[in-house]
Write a protein that binds this ligand. Structure first.
Ligand code: FES
Length: 64
């Protein structure tokens, strides 16, 4: 599913960016241009980034 229609960025691409080390909206934006045009996708992108970060943190905590 596309989160950012203006730049054709999917939810999978955003999750992958976070899994590969992006840890903020700004870092994902700089990698994929998410939100740089109309900005409508910013709230959804931020939420997805936060959810992915929380999920990764839980995985790390369980592994420890
Ligand atoms: S939908 Fe992402 S900048 Fe327009």
């Amino acid at each position: 599913m596309y989160v950012c229609v203006c730049h054709a960025v999917s939810d999978k691409q955003i999750k992958q960016a976070v899994e590969n080390g992006c840890c903020s909206y700004r870092e994902v934006r700089d990698c994929h241009n998410v939100g740089k045009t109309c900005g409508r996708c910013v709230p959804e992108a931020r939420e997805l980034i936060n959810e992915t970060l929380i999920s990764l943190a839980k995985d790390i905590a369980q592994a420890a």
